[in-house]
Design a protein around this ligand. Sequence first.
Ligand SMILES: [Zn+2]
Length: 448
Amino acid sequence: MLNGDRTDTGLAVAAAGPVSRSSKSPVSGIFVTSQTLTSSADPPIARNVVLLIGDGMGQSHRFAGQLLAAGRDGRLAMDRLPHLGQMGTMSIDPTTFVTDSAAAATAIATGVKTHNGSVSIDPEGRERTTILELAKASGRSAGLVSTCQITDATPAAFAAHVPHRADQSEVARQYIERAQVDVILGGGAAHWLPYGASLPPPLQVGGAWRGTGSEGDLIARARNLGYEFAADAAGLHRSLDRLHQEPGGLLLGLFAAQEFFKQAEEGWGAVYDPPVSLADLTSAAIDILSRNPHGFFLMVEESAIDRMAHRNNAPLTLKGVLELDRAVEVALAFADQTPDTLVVVTADHECGGLSVAGSEDQPYPYEPGGGLLDTLLAGEDGPFPVADADYGFVLGWATTGHTAASVPVSAVGPGSGLLSGSIENTDLFHAMAHAMDLAGHCARSSRS
Ligand SMILES: [Zn+2]
């Protein structure tokens, strides 16, 4: 169905021309060459889509992760995908060109740019249909996985509509009562429980956290709606065993009161020790979702990359990149066995203005003995070892905030050719909708 004109759908396939950079309309985006469409050996339709987002992960984050884990001649899993594009991330916030995660995820999830802080609501205040909602309407299952609060901005934009990203309990309510997300795995249990309520037993360690929610006991509500609930790795395994008995099961796993990590500068108590690895959560989600013969849409987010980059904490930023890469390996292994699967690895925006330099680079102008002082003045982190060399690298930060740098987007599978070259974040929505043959649904979404 990828070949030929799609005049009935709104997703125009023109005879020639690059991927459009237009973001004015949710159906204006994709123009691909006929050569692109016919040169691929991929199946024509993506039954499944796995979208992996490294929050805040720019090109330098990926390159530094490669140097550390694979060396100068090795490649991360995310850098072995055949199609590579660079994606613009700017929002249309009236006060800045730099996006936040809410506006960025809204652009990816709905094809519409919006103000910072808005979750799948456009600048005119209208709810915009998301790629996850379209996938569900097509008969597919849907899942959200994150190392952050599962109701934080990035996952929220795929299955909820709120004017302000802080309204996380309302996001949780919409996940289970409205979008009916089949698999929900992440942190942020506090937002699912009434203010002051005790957390589920596995999360009561230290007793520091209590419920902070505004929508009642949403864990009990989820159970009433048929969700299996898990709060630790053992509980997840028990839930998976039960779900294997019954097709079409629903799964809610909340493995931390808030994030899977404690963000801080190096030496100030920063911790990143996930209670369940992102790879295991991704594997569990695919295990359940892939039981639907109509396919699934799954969004997987690694969030510590961004949060640690905000603190200019280089070691734990890199740990986040490698945590995501192991989840990418899980997705690629599934796609190897299931070729009608589109796998996309990208970021919502860059964080930190990160740069990578050699640890033995000479200062300019060169002055003998000036190296240490120059290193301190440059505010560098490291040196870190390069995996396949005897030298190291250092990281430099430009900011503790986000930047508007373009981010890499890597893809494999049906429709992945649409993501090569220079694209906007809104184009990613169109590419995924096109790959899943959701164009008819997409045309309807434009009237929302
Ligand atoms: Zn951020």
